[in-house]
Design a protein around this ligand. Sequence first.
Ligand code: ASP
Length: 434
Amino acid sequence: MKWYQKLHWKIIIGLILGLLWGLFSSVVGWNQFTVDYVRPFGTIFVDLLKLIAVPLVLASLVVGVSSLNDMTKLSRMGGKTIGIYMITTVLAITIGLSVVNIMEPGKTLPEETRTSLMESYSENLEDRDEAAQELTERSPLQFFVDIVPQNVVEAASDNSNMLQVVFIAIILGIGIINIPLQKGEVLINFFDSLNEVIIKIVDLIMKTAPYGVFALMGAVIVDLAGDDLSQALVLLQALGWYCLAVLFGLFLHVSIVYFSLFKIFSKMRLRDFLKAIQPAILLGFSTSSSAATLPVTMERVEKNLGVDEEVSSFVLPVGATINMDGTSLYQAVAAVFIAQALGMDLTLLQQLTIVLTATLASIGAAGVPGAGIIMLVIVLQAVQVPVEGIALILGVDRILDMARTAVNVTGDAAVSVAVASSEGMLGDLHFDDE
Ligand code: ASP
C-alpha cells in the first residue's frame, strides 16, 4: 500500500487542503460559499459519529460487563481508571502552571492590544458567564446525582449524558450475569451483534473522514479569518506567546506524563502508541470534540492497541466525559495568563486553588467544542481574577481547542492502555489502518 493510501495520511492531506481552502476562501471572498456548501459536509460527518456513540457505548459495555465472571474486577478497574485519570489531570495542571509562570506570556501583551481585545470580545461573555454561574450554584454531590438517570430514553437522547449511558450499561450487564444463562443469552447475543455492526459502521464512516476533515478545517479557518485575514494574523501574533505556552505545555504533557505512564504500566513505546491511534488524534483535532471522536477512539484502541473490549468500553466513555488533561492544562495557562495581563500576581495559594478548580472544571466540561473556556469562568472566580479577562483569549480559543482536544483523546487512550496492561488485558499492537 502506498503511503498516501493509508487512512491517517488521507486525513492529514484532507486537513491541510481544508486549511488551504479556508485561507483561499477568505482571500478571494468565498466565505459564504464555504459556509453554505462546504461546512455542511463537516457537520454531517460529525453528526454521523455522534449518532453511533450512544449505541456503541451501550452495546460494547453490556457485552463487556456480561462477560465478566468476577465482579470485583469491575470495581478494581473502576478505581484504577479514576485514580489514573485524576493523577494525569493534576500533573497536566502542574505542567501548565510551570510553563506559564516561566514563560510569562501575559506580561508581553501590549497595553493597547489588551484594551482593544477587552472591548471587542466583551459582549460574547454573557452566555458563558451564565452557564458557569449555574454550575457553581449546584450541590457538590450533584455530579453523582447526575450519573443516575431517571429515564432510559432521556439518558440516551443526549450525548453529553454519556456517564448515564455507562451507568445503564453496567446495571444491565450486572442484571444479565445474575440470571440463568439460557435466559440472558438472547440479550448477550443481541448486544454482541449490535456491537459488531456498529464497529463496521465506524469503519465505513471513517472512509469519509478525509472529506469530513477537509470541510471542518475549511469552515474553522473561515470562521477565524472572517473577511479580513490580516486582522486575524495580527491577533494571532499578539497572542502568539500565550498560544505557544499552551502548545508547549501540551507537548510536555504528552512526552513526559504519557511516556512515564507507559514506562510504569506497559512495554508500549509512546511513538508506537501515537502512530497506532493517529486517526483518532487527528479527528479530535479537527472536530474539537472528544465526545464525537469517541467511536473512533474506541475502535483504534481495541483494534490497533490491542486493549480488551472489557477495558476500553468502560475506560474510554468515562474518559471522554471526565478526563481532559489538555483542557485542564489549558485552563491553568489561561487563568494565569489573564491574571498576568491584568497586572495581578497570583500567590502560591491561588495557584494551588487553580490545581483544584481546574481539575473539577475539566471533569465538568463536556467533550464538545468550547466547553473548556466556559468552565474557565469557575477557575477565574476561584482565584478572584476578573472573568471579563476571558475576552483577551476568546479570539484564539478555537485553535487551542483543537490542540487540547487532541490531547484529551490521547490521554483517554493512554490510560486505557495502562489499565488494560495492569489487568493483563493488553494484546498486540497493529498498525494496519485501513
Ligand atoms: N473541546 C474539548 C473536548 O471535547 C473540551 C474543551 O473545550 O476543552 O475535549
